[in-house]
Design a protein around this ligand. Structure first.
Ligand code: ZN
Length: 522
């Protein structure tokens, strides 16, 4: 059915339908279901004979004409129902998929754009991906994040499968909350469990700490595993070897021992919940640490984990150079290339988990290296960059709203930079008063203004006037719904550019008559 036929079907009913999403429509056993936009937002419609509609499990308001129509909210109950009836809308493990991309959607409206981008490539998306920090900033919960992604998947009729990532979880409670919400992936953040002081301590202090903190039995096992050994790695881009002396080993043990214990605790918790089915993908992140993860420490950590029977699906190291939010890689690309290759080979030789790239947005100079060396087995996480595309849209269609947001962001920058590490220099951002409206969206192409608007998203969404009314939130959502197709086009292009730079293989898609697509790999 095309949009005008659908609108025709809905016409007899006293419901003002502003738009239909034709890809979401399907008919089964006498019922037609699909997504529309009304004046009150997106709704699921169920259309058919009276008896059938009444028996249909989705909950909503019912209207009788020659046929019967039910208009349903995208509520938690209806989302469970959706996942039951359309299982492709439920997040699933992407462990078997080689190339995956996390497309965090802070505002909960980006999924259709993300899907349009990934559909053209041999890649699977983690469409729901938010950290606790992000949810605190946006005022959303894991449950809402998963729900928004699920309805976006339904809208686009994306049946290939997608993931949902509880990102940067630091406690069992946070993990539990994310699992309750239905995530299919856990990213355990170990930054608070590492002991960098121990790693760098002077000799005497090192010996003292080691004696005090490390169980002699554990130490013996680890010394046996690592000392006097050479770990050799060979791949298509060269070989290298790693070897630990006693001093280095002790430091590395001190650095990781609490993190290893905690990972084991989390792993046991996941096993107790899911058994050995490993229904949830398990990533570990050490990217938010004060120093880069060397190949040596990576190797130590992963061997120590497998010695305790722990298997992971991805590891996010902190790489050499700077991986700042929403701007290109800063640092020496040759150094990056060398270390990235070593991380990849270590992962390949140890159960072949993925290397996960955090703060992966916009690293255009490093993407070709990642794409080449990881040989298509990689997880890339992006999030803020999709928010910035929303800001770009606002700058071009509502310059006055943009100007207010920009001023607010400038005023909140100092506070926001306590949450995110950035190097933006506000003095380099052109003065707003010197810019014509048409020049505003170009601010989204400059590093300093990108970072300014990137890290202040929470401040903008939560900004209130003296009467406690939101300053920008409604305006932002209003623009994004009125110009949703433009937003999705921007995302399709921008996320597509990421995948292209990573040399992800392209897919030829052929649209069939009812809007469902069949796929051929080139
Ligand atoms: Zn991260």
């Amino acid at each position: 059915m095309n949009p005008s036929e659908l609108l025709q079907l809905l016409k007899p009913f006293p419901v003002e339908v502003l738009k239909v999403y034709p890809k979401s429509f399907s008919s089964e056993k006498g019922l037609t279901r699909g997504l529309v936009r009304t004046a009150k937002g997106k709704k699921l419609v169920v259309l058919g004979e009276k008896d059938l509609v009444l028996r249909d499990p989705f909950r909503g308001e019912i209207y009788h004409q020659a046929s019967t129509l039910k208009i349903c909210d995208l509520s938690p109950e209806n989302t469970s129902c959706l996942m039951h009836h359309f299982p492709f809308t439920k997040p699933r493990s992407l462990r078997q998929e080689k190339m995956t991309i996390g497309t965090g959607d802070r505002l909960g409206v980006a999924t259709p754009g993300h899907i349009r981008a990934v559909r053209k490539f041999k890649v699977r998306p983690v469409l729901a991906q938010q950290s606790v920090r992000e949810n605190t900033q946006t005022g959303r919960s894991f449950e809402e994040v998963v729900r928004d992604a699920a309805w976006g998947v339904f809208q686009e009729n994306y049946q290939e499968g997608y993931g949902a990532d509880g990102d940067h979880l630091k406690s069992l409670q946070e993990i539990e909350n994310a699992l309750e919400a239905g995530v299919s992936m856990i990213t355990l953040d170990l930054s608070e469990k590492l002991n960098p002081e121990g790693f760098r301590a002077p000799q005497e202090e090192l010996d003292r700490q080691f004696k005090k903190e490390i169980d002699p039995g554990d130490a013996e096992v680890l010394f046996h595993l690592f000392l006097e050994k050479e770990f050799r790695f060979k791949g298509s881009h060269g070989e290298f070897s790693i070897h630990f002396d006693a001093d280095r080993l002790k430091r590395t043990i001190l650095l990781f021992h609490k993190a290893i214990d905690f990972t084991e605790e989390v792993y046991q918790f996941l096993l107790s919940r899911f058994g050995h089915h490993r229904l949830v993908d398990f990533e570990i992140s050490v990217d938010e640490t004060p120093f880069p993860t060397t190949p040596e420490t990576h190797l130590f950590f992963i061997i120590a984990l497998s010695q305790r029977g722990i298997r992971i699906d991805a590891l996010a190291p902190r790489f050499v150079g700077q991986f700042e939010k929403a701007i290109d890689y800063c640092g020496n690309l040759e150094d990056f290339r060398k270390q990235f290759y070593q991380h990849v080979l270590i992962a390949q030789h140890n159960e072949d988990y993925k290397i996960s790239i955090h703060s992966g947005s916009d690293k255009f100079s490093a993407f070709p290296i990642m794409g080449e060396l990881a040989e298509g087995r990689l997880h890339l996480k992006t999030a803020g960059t999709s928010w910035l595309e929303a800001v770009r849209l606002i700058a071009s269609v509502s310059p006055s709203l943009y100007r207010e947001m920009h001023r607010w962001a400038l005023a909140k920058f100092a506070e926001a930079s306590r949450l995110y590490h950035v190097t933006a220099d506000l003095a380099r951002i052109p003065r707003l008063d010197d810019l014509q409206d048409a020049e505003l969206s170009a601010l989204l192409d400059k590093d300093d203004s990108r970072q300014l608007l990137h890290i202040t998203y929470g401040f903008l969404l939560n900004a209130k006037n003296e009467h406690g009314k939101d300053l920008f939130r409604e305006g932002i959502y209003e623009i994004l719904s009125r110009y949703e197709e433009d937003y999705w086009s921007l995302l399709e292009k921008h996320i597509g550019r990421h995948l292209e730079s990573l040399s992800v293989e392209k897919i030829s898609t052929v649209e069939t008559k009812n809007g469902r697509s069949s796929i051929w790999y080139r």
